[in-house]
Design a protein around this ligand. Structure first.
Ligand SMILES: NCC(=O)CCC(=O)O
Length: 332
């Protein structure tokens, strides 16, 4: 339908911008704390909150502090928290067996949060990079990141997370066939309500640098991730990946990074109508937080504007390190 619009002065588009009340009435997009998933970094120890240098304001937290963070998130109206472990190098290995250890950091943190704050949803990360000595998301054999052997390991990792009580499994590894394999195992083991949010359209991006510092993977990574993550110029391929993951049993899909890929979010939402999320990744956070700290950008204003953009682009929610700060602002 082509919208009809009278000529000037019958139509003055500024009329609907004249007062806060009228602007509120015609607002097309609403942003609230319920739109956020808060990614947090977990480390060993007790009573530790250790700054991540390249992400001002973000800390690696010991499990007791992660529980405090979950309490804070819940009180702010944030529905979900997403765990990323900083694994001690001594626990990284070629077979990445720590990934499915029921007592690994991520599983311990999941149990502690679900115990203390049962109403917050816990999302966990499925990929081998926090646990592998190579820093890759899959096993490396003769220089190749092998797909099918990796999927078998990812299934074990996902099952251990479901057993620890997580609500949402987030496969971020970009192997083929992992959603179907994980979904089948969850059904077999009786985890019918464990949701899967697939990192379906994950690009081989330069914006993940600070995250790799935060989880201690920067030093470990040999080579790059271009044989499994997408090339930044592709959009049709993102649609094929999303369609494939939905057909394999993903409940929700994700586009990552976020701000440079809003066209992909819009296209995905229009094409599939599935619950669609974006990850405002560490590099996006670092750019913004760095400029806020220097007074080059108005922090409160730009933070909310950046998050609103995801909603306008069709996202149902966004993973953002700004979650608590933005929720505090939105709650007034
Ligand atoms: N699998 C999780 C990530 O790679 C996060 C990236 C980021 O925040 O830069």
């Amino acid at each position: 339908m082509k919208p009809k619009i009278a000529g000037f002065p019958a139509t003055r588009l500024r009329r609907l911008r004249a007062t806060p009340a009228v602007r509120a009435l015609v607002a097309e997009t609403v942003l609230g704390p319920a739109d956020f998933i808060w990614p947090v970094f977990v480390r060993d120890g007790t009573d530790i909150s250790e700054p991540v240098t390249s992400m001002p304001g973000v800390n690696r937290l010991s499990v007791d502090k992660v529980v405090d963070a979950a309490r804070e998130a819940h009180a702010l109206g944030i529905p979900a928290i997403c765990l990323f472990p900083y694994t001690d190098p001594s626990r990284r290995s070629e077979d990445a067996a720590e990934a499915w250890n029921p007592e690994n950091l991520s599983n311990r943190a999941t149990r502690a949060i679900k115990d203390a704050v049962p109403d917050i949803a816990v999302m966990t990360d499925v990929a081998l990079d926090p646990y592998s000595s190579t820093g890759h998301d899959g096993f490396v054999v003769d220089g190749e990141i092998v797909n099918d052997e990796t999927v078998e390991a990812l299934v074990k990792q996902a099952l251990s997370q479901a057993r620890a009580g997580c609500d949402i499994i987030g496969p971020s590894d970009m192997m083929d066939g992992r959603i179907a394999a994980i979904r089948a195992e969850l059904e077999r083991e009786g985890f019918r309500n464990t949701a899967i949010m697939s990192y379906s359209a994950k690009y081989a991006s330069g914006f993940y640098g600070p995250f790799r510092d935060a989880v201690g993977a920067s030093g470990a990574l040999k080579g790059d991730k271009q044989t499994y993550q997408m090339q930044p110029g592709n959009s049709d391929e993102a649609m094929r990946l999303i369609e494939r993951d939905l057909s394999e049993g993903a409940d929700m899909v994700m586009v990552k990074p976020g701000m440079p890929y809003l066209d992909i979010c819009r296209r995905a939402k229009d094409m599939f109508g599935a619950p669609t999320f974006a990850y405002q990744v560490s590099g996006e956070y670092a750019m913004l937080a760095g400029a806020f700290d220097r007074g080059w950008l108005d922090g409160d204003k730009v933070m909310l504007e950046s998050l609103m953009a995801f909603k306008r682009a069709g996202c149902d929610g966004v993973l953002t390190y700004f979650a608590p700060a933005a929720a505090r602002l939105l709650n007034g």
